[in-house]
Structure formats: structure tokens, C-alpha cells
Design a protein around this ligand. Structure first.
Ligand code: DAH
Length: 339
């Protein structure tokens, strides 16, 4: 028995395998249940009592060596698999999954692009704002309902600090540091204390436009609105202006476009009127110019503001506003080809 163990020890000492299959064959030969070492273990009970100690030690030595050798060979193959093997530079790359632009970004960029071509440049302001820029500088009376807790998120312990409810706040930010001509477009996120449903959310996105110069008239505003509507929704689009009220514009209007879903014939989206409202606008109230350091006797201007979600709904007919913030890949993938 000792002679057999010694012979196996020599064999195991020089074990070699050139691939994983050969290695597995060696493992079976020496270490499996029916392998050579287990056979010897089974014979161990027949060894004479006085030899048991010596044979036992040698047998354990053999088993440990076989395990070590086979593990070492295995590690060597694994290391090769992990890159030390030859690299095939001609192999095609793994396909990289590209992300998609968010539909709101697509539409925002389109709006920016249209106004950009008319000479408007982008201005941005903070989402956490003070009462002055969101309300007071824009001619909101002290008791205006928009200042109410129901609409506006206030920062607790700082009643003067709010989450902006509209991007019109950027108007006052820009006016207070620059003199006309001012021609800006302000995209951004706004917040209102609304219950979340398929048609309302506590945050959404707006784009504001402001143009101030000498002799700016309502005609200029109307022409820009018509051009924007045609660029955004197609050359056949019609617009109509309805008188409205905003604290920061006088006169004020809301603009409808001919429903681009039914082409103006009437459908559930336009509530069978053929028209859908898309934005608010007007001539900047002289009080706003003065409050922000611009001489209203020399300058006049127009402003307009629209919700990006609303424009996106019209373009892509997204029925549930919540889809925009759920990050559902199935929804976002739909916009893969859009831009
Ligand atoms: N700030 C208004 C809102 O959030 C939208 C708006 C209306 C902006 C009229 C304007 C404007 O600049 O002239 O509902």
C-alpha cells in the first residue's frame, strides 16, 4: 500500500492539463468517489494495525497534494479565460443600448429652437424662489389667490421662500439686472400644490418668453404667436386670442390653436370645440417694468408662457400626465425615433 501511495504522490506532483476537459478527467481519476485516492481510503481498513499510522499520514499527504494541484490548475485556466487569452480584435463589439430623450426634453428643445431662430436666448432662474420674484415684482396684489397655501408650496419657517409656481419669475430676475432690448426664453420646472391625477401634477414644466424694446406692440406678439403655432403644429394651424387676465400683463390673452388632433372638426380632446388652449400672453404691465427698474415711458414689451406637458400632449397624445415622471422604459422607448 505504501508503495502505491508513493507512486501516486509522484504522479500527482507532475500533473499537467492543457485544457479544462483534461483537468476534469484528472479530477475524476484522483479525487472523485470512484477515484484512486478514495479506493485507497477504502482499503485503509485492511492495513495492519502497526502500519496504520504511517499509511494514514501518507494517504492524507496524497489527498491534500492532489487537491492543491487540481485547484492550482483550475485557477490557471480561469485566469486565462479572463483576458490573458489572445484578444480577437476583429470580433464585433457588444451592442450598446442607447438611451432615449425624454418626450418633455424633445418638445422643450423644439420650442427653444423655434424661438432661438427668432433671436431669443435662454435665461434660467432658481426653482426655490422668494416671494418678490414670483409674485410682488410681477404685480400680484398682496391678497391674490395664487399666493394662497392651496396653490403655492411655501418653505416652512421661511414664509418668504416658495417653490416657484411659474417661470415668469425669471422675467423679473433678468429685468432687474439688464436693460432693453431683452429677448429671452426661460424653460424650467415649476411647482403647485395640486392633487396628483392623470391631468394634474405637483410639478410640471413651462417655457416663458419675454421681449422688451422700444415700440413693441401687440401686433409683434400676435405675429410671433402665429409663427410659433405653425412651426410647432404644422403650417395649416390657426390661432385665436381670447381676452384674459394676468397680473403681469395688460392687456392679457389666452391663445387657442385649431385642434391638431381632429384638425378643428371637433373631438373629445378639444371637447368638440375644434380649439385647444395652449398658452397665456399679453403686453408686459408698466407696473412690472417699473418694479424691475425699466422705464415704462420709453420701453414696452410682450410676454407669453406655456406648459410643456400640454404642448407634448397635443403633439404625442399622452393621456396620463403621470407617465412623464414614472420612468417606465416602455413609454420612454416610444420616443426613440422622435429626435
Ligand atoms: N405665468 C402664467 C401661468 O403660470 C403663464 C403666463 C401667462 C405667462 C401670461 C406669461 C403671460 O408670460 O404673459 O399660468
Amino acid at each position: 500500500m505504501i508503495a502505491k501511495i508513493k507512486q501516486l504522490l509522484e504522479e500527482v506532483e507532475t500533473l499537467k492539463a492543457s485544457n479544462a476537459e483534461e483537468l476534469e478527467a484528472l479530477r475524476i481519476k484522483y479525487l472523485s468517489k470512484k477515484g484512486a485516492i478514495n479506493d485507497l481510503m477504502a482499503d485503509f481498513r485492511n492495513v495492519a494495525a502497526e502500519q496504520k499510522k504511517e499509511v494514514g499520514i501518507k494517504l492524507n499527504e496524497l489527498k491534500t497534494l492532489a487537491q492543491e494541484k487540481i485547484t492550482a490548475l483550475k485557477e490557471q485556466f480561469e485566469a486565462q479565460d479572463n483576458g490573458s487569452a489572445e484578444i480577437d480584435l476583429t470580433r464585433s463589439a457588444y451592442p450598446v443600448k442607447l438611451g432615449t430623450r425624454h418626450p418633455l426634453s424633445i418638445v422643450k428643445n423644439e420650442i427653444i429652437d423655434i424661438f432661438g431662430r427668432l433671436g431669443f436666448s435662454i435665461a434660467e432662474g432658481p426653482e426655490i424662489e422668494d416671494d418678490w420674484h414670483v409674485f410682488s415684482a410681477l404685480n400680484f396684489a398682496e391678497d391674490h389667490p395664487a399666493r394662497d397655501m392651496q396653490d403655492t408650496f411655501f418653505i416652512e419657517a421661511h414664509p418668504d421662500v416658495v417653490l416657484r409656481t411659474h417661470t415668469s419669475s425669471v422675467q423679473s430676475r433678468v429685468m432687474e439686472v439688464s436693460q432693453p432690448p431683452i429677448r429671452i426664453i426661460c424653460p424650467g420646472r415649476v411647482y403647485r400644490n395640486e392633487a396628483i391625477s392623470y391631468r394634474a401634477h405637483c410639478f410640471f414644466h413651462q417655457v416663458e418668453a419675454l421681449y422688451i424694446d422700444k415700440n413693441v406692440s401687440f401686433t409683434d406678439l400676435k405675429q410671433v404667436l402665429l409663427l410659433f403655432a405653425k412651426e410647432m403644429f404644422g403650417a395649416e394651424t390657426k390661432i385665436r386670442l381670447r381676452p384674459s387676465y394676468f397680473p403681469f400683463t395688460e392687456p392679457s390673452a389666452e391663445m387657442d390653436i385649431s385642434c391638431n388632433i381632429c384638425g378643428g372638426k371637433g373631438c373629445p380632446f378639444c371637447k368638440h370645440t375644434g380649439w385647444v388652449e395652449i398658452l397665456g400672453c399679453g403686453m408686459v404691465d408698466p407696473n412690472v417694468l417699473e418694479a424691475n427698474g425699466i422705464d415704462s415711458k420709453i420701453y414696452s414689451g410682450y410676454a407669453l408662457g406655456m406648459g410643456i406637458e400640454r404642448i407634448t400632449n397635443l403633439k404625442y397624445q399622452v393621456k396620463d400626465l403621470r407617465m412623464f415622471s414614472e420612468n417606465d422604459m416602455r413609454f420612454l422607448k416610444e420616443f426613440e425615433a422622435a429626435y
